[in-house]
Design a protein around this ligand. Structure first.
Ligand code: ADP
Ligand code: MG
Length: 600
């Protein structure tokens, strides 16, 4: 090997730049952060060629004098921290003093700046790490940074850049992220003389997130909050109806810094379990403000990873906040902007009347109040015109007793059973369809979870003959770790030799199923599949499995009394989604039906 030499500073800076400056969007990020740290409230960004040809950022922040301009581009030169102690209480977005030196080492770099009260500004030029010149410059107060020919002399880096369009997309996304996190600051992004983004003033709350989720969705995000002695959390999350197939639409900010942090993702995904269908993700953002001493932002070059001193407190508060927001939402099923809640509560016949004693005088007005039946009797042979999901009425069965209201005072009336799968009933404002399997599954799930949460034991049944299940040696010993969780659910088992498991007691609800051996075997597989160090998640999955396997199935024939019972339970418990997040109920308002028949 050759002799060791210290690298010349411009080469060393180029190598360091590789960590900070991955692509044009990273330049934009670093320069926006500098402008924000400089107290600017106006930041204008112009790019050409997807940022390869030009990135220019102009701000109206505090500006720099000649001495600071020259220092700013030196490696490890910063005005934001001075001592090691300052590292533990960082309040600014930058603190490493690396960005300008790195950017100047991989581009044709120009820095023009003037502090407010200075008579004149200065312009500094650097070409790929070689200091060229500094000269006086007439300019407005604030700072302008111009980055041209990015990676121009570093072909290896250029090769990794994507098309100008793709890079522009990343830049635009970066600007949008900072605009959403700083709604009082004016951001503008232009390219090829076109404005690609411009902040809107005076927006607050969820509306401020429009750059990330669009205006429509921003207006219907659900708010959540949480706090602890050293942190506060404020966030906005979409309901499952606005869910996406990618997790990229949810953003985490810690002290206004965008971060990627596994623990925060975990809190989000745990809290979304049961509200979002597997494989779909919410849109939204959360802003966590933490006392600077309680968070370490200096653990990754991109400054996008953070470490909390007590991560579990943040996890819990975030989880609780999101969970509560998702559970309390009032419009979970948007069918023509209506929901079962809406159908329930927006009518004078409130659902609570279902459980109240019937009025002394039985009022038959209800019969006449049903124009749907009176005016438009169902004609089984006439195909319905528009609804995608119901093409014809051929499979529409009604039972002789189906048309009775649940109770004489109730606005809910059972009207049919479609394909032995969907229960149809009439609510105060229209047609309500219930997926019988999803509904029953959700009810069972909620009952078991409620029992577990209130520390009630799950009723179990001892088997006359234990069920023996063969497993590998490793699996038998692995299962040992989840035994206590399975026991909580009423499933008592023990190893039976090295490669078999004997199941002695099973939850009563499972014992009643004709295919109980199969269900138990599935539960054991689930317990093996999931990391038992996460008992909460394992318990959740096991309960979901039990609920799914023990619920009535699609295609099961039901009596009207059973259907009514199911609907009663559903309404009473306010259930709208199954544990996997699929809707249980779909409502179509009378208005919507009339519109489709072109009556209104
Ligand atoms: P850091 O932001 O980590 O301190 P940078 O290399 O990004 O490092 O910037 C170096 C220094 O230059 C900053 O600490 C700041 O004092 C100054 N600076 C950079 N950009 C601006 C700006 N837009 N306005 C005022 N000062 C700036
Ligand atoms: Mg910086």
């Amino acid at each position: 090997m050759a002799k060791i030499k210290i690298l010349p500073p411009n080469v060393a800076n180029q190598i360091a730049a590789g960590e900070v400056i991955e692509r044009p969007a990273s330049v934009v990020k670093e320069l926006i952060e500098n402008s924000l740290d400089a107290g600017a409230d106006r930041i204008e960004i112009a790019v050409e060629g997807g940022g390869r040809d030009l990135i220019q950022i102009k701000d109206n922040g505090v500006g720099m004098d000649r001495e600071d301009i020259e220092l700013a581009v030196e490696p490890h030169a910063t005005s934001k921290i001075a001592t090691e102690k300052d590292l533990s209480s960082i309040q600014t977005l930058g603190f490493r003093g690396e960005a300008l030196a790195s950017i100047a080492s991989v581009s044709n770099f120009t820095l023009i700046s003037r502090p407010k009260h200075a008579q004149q500004g200065w312009e500094l030029n650097i070409s790929f790490g070689h200091k060229k010149s500094i000269k006086p410059k007439g300019c407005p107060s604030g700072t302008l940074v111009k980055v041209e020919d990015l990676f121009g002399q570093i072909p290896a880096r250029r090769k990794f850049l994507k098309s100008a369009q793709t890079e522009l997309g990343h830049i635009s996304q970066t600007v949008r992220i900072y605009a959403a996190a700083n709604p009082t600051i004016h951001f503008e992004l232009t390219s090829k003389k076109r404005t690609l983004f411009r902040s809107k003033q005076g927006l607050s709350g969820s509306l401020a997130l429009w750059p990330l989720v669009g205006e429509k969705i921003a207006s219907r995000l659900l708010k959540f909050e949480g706090s602890g002695p050293w942190f506060s959390i404020k966030g906005y999350i979409s309901g499952p109806e606005d869910g996406r197939s990618t997790s990229k639409g949810f953003y985490f900010f810690v002290n206004n810094r965008i971060v990627r942090e596994k623990m925060l993702w975990k809190a989000l995904s745990e809290a979304c379990k049961g509200s979002f269908v597997k494989g779909t993700y919410p849109l939204g953002a959360v802003f966590i403000q933490v006392e600077p001493e309680y968070v370490d932002v200096n653990c990754h070059p991109s400054k996008q990873e953070v470490r909390f001193r007590d991560g579990s407190a943040i996890f819990q508060a975030l989880y609780n906040g999101i969970k509560r927001a998702l559970e309390s939402r009032h419009d979970p099923l948007s069918v023509g902007e209506k929901s079962i809640h809406h159908l329930k509560f927006n009518n004078k016949n409130k659902i609570s009347q279902l459980s109240e004693p019937p009025p002394i005088e039985i009022n038959n007005d209800l019969e006449q109040d049903q124009p749907l039946r009176e005016d438009y009797p169902i004609q089984p042979s006439i195909p319905l015109e528009v609804n995608d999901s119901i093409q014809t009425t051929e499979n529409f069965s009604t039972k002789s007793d189906s048309f009775e209201p649940f109770e004489s005072s109730s606005p809910f009336r059972l009207i049919g059973h479609l394909e032995n799968t969907y229960i149809l009933f009439q609510g105060p404002e229209g047609l309500i369809m219930v997926d019988q399997h999803a509904a029953h599954e959700a009810i069972l799930f909620k009952n078991i979870m409620d029992s577990l949460e209130s520390n009630k034991t799950i009723v179990s049944q001892t088997l006359a003959f234990p069920i023996i299940i063969s497993k590998s040696h490793d699996e038998v010993s692995q299962l040992d770790k989840s035994k206590h969780i399975l026991k909580k659910l009423g499933l008592k088992l023990e190893s039976f030799g090295a490669t078999e498991i004997a199941v002695h007691e099973v939850p009563e609800i499972v014992a009643r199923q004709p295919d109980k051996t199969k269900i138990i075997s599935e539960l054991i597989d689930k317990a093996l599949e999931i990391n038992s160090s996460d008992p909460k998640s394992l318990l959740w999955d096991l309960v979901a499995k039990i609920a799914c396997r023990c619920a009535i199935k699609a295609d099961d024939e039901l009596h009207s009394a059973e259907m009514k019972q199911l609907i009663d339970d559903l309404i009473e418990q306010g259930i709208t989604n199954c544990p996997h997040g699929r809707p249980v109920v779909i409502a179509i308002s009378l208005e919507e039906i009339q519109k489709r028949f072109k009556r209104i």
